[in-house]
Design a protein. Structure first.
Length: 308
């Protein structure tokens, strides 16, 4: 019964491709707009996904995420009862790890409708599930606190389009092909990200204030992977092939008891840098390096506050 109903719906699902193409067209327009008018609000940089090491992030994105996310989000459209059960379990897991009350509520509604659809599948319900599936998949990958920005809209539209494409592949072919499509999509995204990391703009930049003078530049990840962090008499700092988070953690020892570490995220995730910082007041051997480094990074737009 389930299989026959799914077959009947296949020829009616071509609108998914139309919606997907329309969404990706709007996403491209947003991309072009951001190229002309860059936004200082980047939800991508604050993503929780960047807490893991770079190469582990690649493995998760290309191999783990396509399997787990397709099983959870698209598995409910599979004719196999066991796959549909796995899908429900996976969606509950995503519901539990979500920190947004709005997203939790929407996912609970979607799961309830999906379970109902296993026994009763009017066309209007199935179409609602398709749209709801793509919507939830998109929202789950975004920072909902910064949803109403051009950069967030751009990310939403790309993922919304992907959701429609993936659903269409799943119902017209099979779940395995949607997993392969998902992996290929993520591979392209990671390739674009990695190009910027391995071939960065290595222009030498200068920063100076009353306390410090800094020379810094981006460094390719193909360079020496050993990070060197040196201080000389408390008045100089040198970091080679160092990411921003490691640099901040390396200066935590200089914090006074009344200071507290503010949660920052890099504006260029996984980017490595070469930094040479000289402290002007060499007579003070008790410099708070963390505060000095934090000020330099913040005013150079290399870090920003993590969204609450």
């Amino acid at each position: 019964m389930f299989k026959s109903k799914m077959l009947k719906l296949k020829h009616k699902a071509n609108w998914l491709l139309t919606f997907g193409l329309f969404s990706i067209t709007l996403a491209i327009i947003c991309t072009l707009y951001l190229l002309v008018y860059p936004s200082n609000q980047d939800s991508f940089a604050g993503s929780e996904y960047f807490k893991v090491p770079y190469f582990l992030f690649l493995c998760i994105t290309i191999f783990v995420a396509p399997i787990t996310e397709e099983l959870s989000f698209r598995g409910g459209f599979n004719k196999s009862k066991s796959i549909r059960i796995i899908s429900i379990i996976g969606l509950f897991v995503f519901l539990l790890i979500s920190e947004s009350l709005l997203l939790k509520t929407l996912m609970m509604i979607y799961i309830a409708l999906l379970i109902v659809s296993f026994y009763k599948r009017p066309n209007t319900l199935v179409i609602s599930l398709y749209v709801g599936n793509a919507l939830l998949f998109s929202l789950f990958h975004l920072d909902l606190d910064q949803l109403f920005t051009i950069s967030s809209l751009q990310g939403f539209l790309y993922r919304f389009a992907f959701g429609f494409f993936s659903i269409w592949i799943c119902i017209n072919f099979n779940l395995l092909k949607s997993i392969i499509f998902h992996a290929a999509w993520n591979f392209v995204l990671m390739t674009l990200l990695s190009i910027g990391l391995f071939f960065p703009d290595e222009t030498i930049n200068q920063y100076e204030n009353d306390m410090i003078k800094v020379t810094w530049q981006r460094a390719s990840k193909t360079s020496n992977s050993i990070v060197n962090f040196n201080t000389t008499n408390g008045n100089a700092l040198e970091a080679q092939d160092c990411d921003i988070i490691f640099l901040l953690k390396s200066t935590e020892w200089s914090l006074s008891s009344k200071d507290s570490i503010i949660d920052f995220v890099p504006t260029e995730p996984y980017m490595d840098y070469k930094i040479d910082m000289k402290i002007k007041d060499t007579s003070n051997t008790n410099q708070n390096l963390y505060s000095l480094v934090r000020q330099f990074l913040s005013e150079s737009d290399l870090i920003k506050l993590r969204p609450n």
